[in-house]
Design a protein around this ligand. Structure first.
Ligand SMILES: *Cc1c(COP(=O)(O)O)cnc(C)c1O
Length: 389
């Protein structure tokens, strides 16, 4: 009865799509160790290098001494501790919103929020390249889902223009797209939403800590505070911890506390994680120099690749995709880079569209200029070898 398991796995193997993890035997950082091999880490989302920061570790340890490990229950039962409340206040202050609500992960935030806001009589308008958990949240909501071509505002506009028969409209987009490293045209999205009476939800998983003078995200950078109804994000990437959040009006947060099932029916995050994230948010606010350096290094890598005939997008974010199209190629490029001491992941369908398998390179504040130059050289050499075989 269960042989479909084997069959499916061998199918995946044939297509070069089998997913496996490699155990990272070191804290997150510029250097990691995998199977005893020291590698320069170019695949982490720990953009500011906070995952192993002494200040965060101390905050977590102190909180464990004060509060122990688990939070004991859901937040609404006895699982809310001062660390949660402080963190929610800090994030809403940074975001310039009235309130904020924590979730255990960003994924859980998205699958909780979307079904709370829309249902069968409504429509979700989603960028085709949105993150998987936004797709899942929309599916769970049972609303009609209209996916518009990536960043295509003409198409979004025409779908909106025909959406009059739905009760509510919700536009959902990544701010920085996780696999392509380009940015959503948030200003146009907000304008269209205002014109057609739609709610806007922005997922800042890769914008939080990275964009804006105070690191609040792309919404801050584009000056759209107050015009985005739902600002979702994660504490798992630039903040170096774990957890998701939603920032918005007080009434939105009160409503989610009563409707979002992935908030109500799950245990609150450990207070030590919340305490570490408080420290991370404090640091993020003061990290504009790191952000500028990070942008410069990412820009250097992108421009270097462009000069060599690669085609990364013009958007300067720490996510730099090198599209090699074919899954087997992506794997062999990643393996070749690993031999030279670089850790880069091959991202293949179904995570990305057919024919767009890629290396997803992420630059962090911890990389030196020399690291980035070496990676660029290695990529250029690989490409020229590829052209000659
Ligand atoms: C990583 C990611 C999430 C999920 O966040 P977690 O905290 O890791 O669960 C959500 N949205 C986007 C765009 C992401 O890249």
């Amino acid at each position: 009865m269960m042989d479909f398991l084997e069959r499916s796995l061998s199918q995946i193997d044939q297509e070069h799509r089998r997913r496996r993890w490699q155990t990272c035997d070191a804290p997150q950082g510029r250097w990691v160790t995998v199977n005893g091999q020291r590698l320069l880490n170019f695949c982490s989302n720990d953009y500011l290098g906070l995952a192993n920061d002494e200040r965060l570790k101390k905050a977590a340890k102190d909180a464990i001494s004060r509060r122990g490990l688990g939070s004991g229950s859901a937040r609404l039962v006895c699982g809310t501790m001062p660390e949660h409340v402080t963190l929610e206040k800090q994030i809403s202050a940074l975001k310039q919103t009235e309130a904020c609500l924590l979730f255990s992960t960003g994924y859980m935030a998205n699958i909780g929020v979307i079904p709370s806001l829309v249902g069968r009589e409504d429509v979700v308008l989603a960028d085709k390249w949105n993150h998987a958990c936004l797709v899942d949240g929309a599916l769970l909501s049972r609303a009609t889902v209209k996916r518009y071509a990536h960043r295509d505002m003409t198409m979004l506009k025409s779908v909106l223009a025909k959406s009059g028969r739905y009760r509510r409209r919700l536009i959902v987009t990544d701010s920085v797209f996780s696999m392509d490293g380009d940015c959503a045209p948030l200003d146009d999205i907000v304008m269209l939403a205002e014109k057609y009476d739609a709610m806007v939800m922005v997922d800042e998983a890769h914008g939080f800590g990275v964009f804006g003078d105070r690191g609040a995200g792309l919404v801050e950078k584009m000056g759209l505070q107050g015009r985005v109804h739902v600002q979702m994000g994660t504490l798992s990437k630039a903040a170096g911890c774990l957890g998701g959040y939603v920032a918005g009006s007080q009434v939105l947060i009160d409503y989610l506390v009563n409707h979002a099932r992935s908030f109500v029916y799950t245990t609150g995050m450990p207070p030590s994680v919340a305490a570490a994230a408080c420290e991370a948010v404090r640091i993020i606010e003061k990290s504009s120099d790191s952000r500028r350096e990070l942008q410069k290094k990412a820009n250097f890598l992108k421009q270097g690749l462009q000069g060599e005939g690669f085609e990364p997008s013009d958007h300067v974010t720490p996510i730099v995709p090198v599209i090699v199209k074919d899954s087997a190629h992506a794997l062999s490029w990643a393996a070749a880079l690993k031999e030279q001491g670089f850790w880069v992941q091959a991202i293949r369908p179904p995570t990305v569209p057919e024919g767009t398998a890629r290396l997803r390179i992420t630059v962090t504040a911890q990389h030196t200029w020399h690291d980035v130059e070496r990676l660029l050289d290695a990529l250029i050499k690989l490409r020229s070898q590829q052209c000659h075989t």
